[in-house]
Design a protein around this ligand. Structure first.
Ligand code: FMN
Length: 128
């Protein structure tokens, strides 16, 4: 069953190089599981959407949630997905610092606003 998971968290002193390392791990780890998605970040927050089979998604989220490179991991949504919204990346990344930073406050987001934010970031073509 194709599903979608969205969560946010607070970075723990990760830095740009740390984010690049996370992306390498994410892409390698997602490929084998049929998981795709996007990760948006600024200097404080991660906002990630993962799409794939729900059993693989559940396992992946439990792994990610234990990762010491972030804290306050908070689920925004876990839902059935008719189709993938982000099919093109094993993990696409979008730096919010180059875009509208003040608007990026994941704790205030509903599932709908989180998805809208990720999709509009994607539409700017800033995906790494
Ligand atoms: C913000 C964040 C997002 C991550 N996203 C993914 C991801 O999408 N896929 C993935 O396999 N690992 C992701 N990771 C890395 C995992 O937490 C973990 O380190 C990695 O999967 C290796 O796990 P393992 O040592 O159990 O194989 C992410 C880590 C962080 C901090």
């Amino acid at each position: 069953m194709l599903s979608r998971l969205i969560y946010f968290s607070e970075e723990r002193d990760v830095g740009v190089h740390g984010v690049l390392r996370i992306l390498d791990e994410a892409r390698a780890g997602n490929e084998a599981e049929g998981i795709t998605g996007v990760l948006a970040f600024d200097r404080r927050w991660f906002l990630q959407c993962l799409e794939g089979p729900r059993d693989a998604l559940t396992r992946k989220f439990l792994t990610i949630a234990r990762d010491q490179r972030h804290s306050g991991v908070t689920l925004i949504a876990f839902e059935e997905a008719g189709a993938r919204l982000f099919p093109d990346w094993t993990m696409g990344a979008m730096s919010v610092d180059t875009l509208d930073r003040d608007a990026f406050h994941p704790p205030s987001m509903t599932a709908a606003t989180a998805l809208r934010t990720l999709r509009s970031l994607q539409a700017t073509g800033a995906t790494m």
